[in-house]
Design a protein around this ligand. Structure first.
Ligand SMILES: Cc1ncc(COP(=O)(O)O)c(C=O)c1O
Length: 387
């Protein structure tokens, strides 16, 4: 048999996908993989229905339909006050997943270093490996998930090509403050690195937290690469619509990488999604209200059961501390939780570089009835899960 690539040899099955499989096997409520179980905005699905016959059904422009990029540019102008040229500063991708891969491939050479905060969204590890880069991990320390400024500067002293920042963060729920981003920005400028921002949760925030765009900080527009998508903001994770916003020389390169990776994002879905990109402020207010309701319902239930967790500032995950249950392996805990209590979760160790195994991640973008059923099941957790 011819051999396989060494580059992908160490890839493991995504733990999130594995936990989804285990949840299904035991009939558990799947609070592991991050997708909503409620419908996307009706205006959006109605538009898609209209387009199902008239199309477009053929390739869109490889770097994204003109009206989609223009609508995106208008949306950023509205929320950030900064104007991005739809032709030279935006490329549309198949989800933020492709955006991150194309961004890394556009800026990294084999052997380059990239700073990644730990805990991290699991794709970043694979993205660095596929682009030939080496991650330098810097800890975000639980339960507050703050970084140590000296540790971060020590990482920058290793001359990384880029730093990846997930803001708001999956899995920790951390929202980086303007002060923290300014500190990171100063280091990126001092050591001449790109700031690659994963901002898929920018509109999912819990008061009083607010989103600061890295590109809006002094001197950062020219070194910030935004990777984001419509997946979370409009509850359309299956549509696979994402984008990169970056300086023209990055976009010029990313357009080519993207063309060779996927040619283009789905044309009819881009056309329909222009409707969503044009939603007014009311949509985003309602979105925050809805997420705040789901978060309060879920963490309120954890409080009532006296379970320990970190209250998220943004995104839609909660990390719960399982120390009291006496497991030394969080993966075993999650398998048992699916089997004995009927809830699918993700072992925290899959997000950490450090040997952290006392946390599990719940996802709460779910209907009230799903969350209430999950909380009912959790009521028995102490009886069923003691080692
Ligand atoms: C932090 C983060 N980035 C990117 C993604 C993937 O986004 P997309 O659906 O746009 O590929 C996810 C999905 O869970 C995520 O949590």
């Amino acid at each position: 048999m011819p051999s396989l690539s060494t580059r992908t040899e160490l890839f493991t099955e995504s733990v999130i996908r594995m936990m989804t499989r285990i949840s299904n096997q035991y009939g558990a409520i799947n609070l592991s993989q991050g997708f909503p179980d409620f419908a996307p905005p009706e205006k959006l699905t109605r538009k898609l229905q209209e387009l199902s016959v008239e199309g477009p059904h053929q390739y869109a422009l490889t770097w994204g339909a003109q009206n989609f990029r223009e609508a995106l540019s208008d949306k950023y102008l509205h929320f950030s006050g900064m104007k991005f040229d739809p032709d030279s500063e935006i490329v549309v991708t198949c989800g933020s997943t492709e955006a991150m891969m194309a961004a890394m491939m556009s800026v990294c050479n084999p052997g380059d270093k990239v700073i990644v905060f730990s805990p991290f969204y699991e794709n970043y590890g694979a993205d660095t490996i596929l682009s030939g880069a080496e991650p330098i991990y810097v800890s975000l320390n639980p339960p507050e998930f703050n970084f140590n400024p000296d540790e971060l500067e020590a990482a920058f002293k290793q001359k990384p090509k880029a730093i990846v920042i997930c803001n708001p963060s999956n899995p920790s729920g951390k929202v980086f403050t303007r002060e923290e981003l300014t500190y990171i920005a100063d280091l990126a400028k001092k050591y001449d690195a790109w700031a690659i921002m994963d901002e898929v949760y920018e509109h999912i925030l819990y008061a009083p937290n607010t989103h600061t765009y890295m590109f809006s900080l002094p001197g950062m527009r020219e070194r910030t690469i935004v990777c984001s998508s419509l997946s979370k903001t409009y509850s359309i994770t299956g549509w696979r619509l994402g984008y990169i916003i970056a300086p023209p020389q990055v976009i010029d390169r990313a357009k080519k990488v993207h063309d060779f990776l996927t040619v283009g994002a789905p044309a009819p879905l881009q056309e329909a999604a222009v409707t969503a990109l044009k939603f007014g402020d009311e949509y985003y207010k309602e979105l925050q209200k809805h997420y705040t309701h789901m978060k309060n319902l879920f963490v309120g239930g954890l409080d009532a059961l006296n379970l320990k967790y970190t209250d998220p500032q943004g995104a839609y995950y909660v990390l719960m501390d399982i120390s009291e249950f006496g497991y030394d392996n969080d993966e075993m805990f999650c398998v048992d939780l699916a089997k004995k209590v009927g809830i699918g979760t993700v072992p925290g160790s899959s997000f950490f570089r450090e040997p952290v195994n006392h946390l599990i991640r719940f996802h709460f973008a779910k209907k009230d009835e799903t969350l209430n059923e999950a909380l009912d099941r959790l009521a028995d957790i102490r009886k069923k899960m003691q080692k």
